[in-house]
Design a protein around this ligand. Structure first.
Ligand code: KIV
Length: 270
């Protein structure tokens, strides 16, 4: 058996930016080394999203996620991968105050995880910060439309752009983050005609989640598409049935334990 492992050769943020208008960009979230290793074979980038607060830690929203938690999961995903660009979310409260605070925290994320980029939420209001970070060596993915960190202000998760009169605000957000130097922008929870208007207007790739196939790429929360979330968002196509698979395996294990049907020691240590 060879002891050599494949070299780490990751896709970079500029390479993702160049995919604009070409083959659709494939991405998923991951928070965990073993699942990240599986996703790595197929994804152009992997997002260590702050949705991990809800998915991994049972929080009600992403607001309670800390920088330390993002760094811990970011390290796990970087360790488990060799190919995809790893993007780590900046959590609520770690970047909004001013560009200097954002730089300090984003630099810490990059140094301590080894990721290739960070993501932050907000359009026009974050443009100055995006420029500050990118000019200082930190590739930034922007995130507009439905921005879950603003959950308390929005009063819940609502699809954006249902009222056509608001479209110009989202379009201005998309242009502002592009001009500020973001290498890509997530469009979350947005009506299809709005996503279809924004995508050709800007020079960077749009990555849709609940924003239709008219984006330059797509992202889903891994646990949602694997069937591990009993109540996935309506727009999610579920590709796996892992929830039932795990329940069945745990049930069979419990039956084996109760009936002492475990392999004998000589079978185990053969
Ligand atoms: O935190 C997350 O998982 C995200 C995606 C939904 C884009 O930001």
């Amino acid at each position: 058996m060879s002891t050599q492992t494949a070299p780490v050769r990751r896709i970079t943020a500029p390479q993702i930016a160049k995919m604009k208008g070409g083959r659709p960009i494939v991405s998923l979230t991951s928070y965990h080394a073993h699942t990240a290793a599986i996703v790595d074979e197929h994804a152009d980038f992997i997002l260590v999203g702050d949705s991990l607060g809800m998915v991994m830690h049972g929080m009600e929203s992403t607001v309670g996620v800390s920088l330390d938690l993002m760094i811990m999961h970011g390290q796990a995903v970087v360790r488990g991968t060799r190919r995809a660009l790893v993007v780590v979310d900046l959590p609520f409260g770690s970047y909004e105050e001013n560009p200097g605070v954002a730089f300090r925290n984003a630099a810490r994320v990059m140094k301590e995880t080894g990721c290739g980029a960070v993501k932050l939420e907000g359009g026009r209001r974050m443009a100055e910060t995006i420029r500050f970070l990118t000019e200082r060596g930190i590739p930034v993915m922007a995130h507009i439309g439905l921005t879950p960190q603003s959950w308390n202000v929005m009063g819940g998760f609502r699809t954006q752009g249902r009222d056509e009169d608001t479209w110009h605000l989202h379009e201005e957000d998309a242009r502002a983050v592009t001009e500020a130097g973001a290498f890509a922008v997530v469009l979350e929870g947005m009506v299809e005609p709005l996503a279809a208007r924004i995508t050709p207007q800007i020079a960077i790739p749009t990555i849709g989640i609940g924003a239709s196939a008219s984006c330059d790429g797509q992202i889903l929360v891994l646990e949602d598409m694997l069937g591990l979330n009993p109540h996935p968002p309506k727009f999610v196509k579920v590709y796996g049935n892992l929830g039932d698979g795990i329940a069945d395996a745990v049930r069979r294990y419990a039956d084996d334990v109760k009936s002492r049907a475990f392999p004998s020691e000589d079978q185990l240590y053969r």
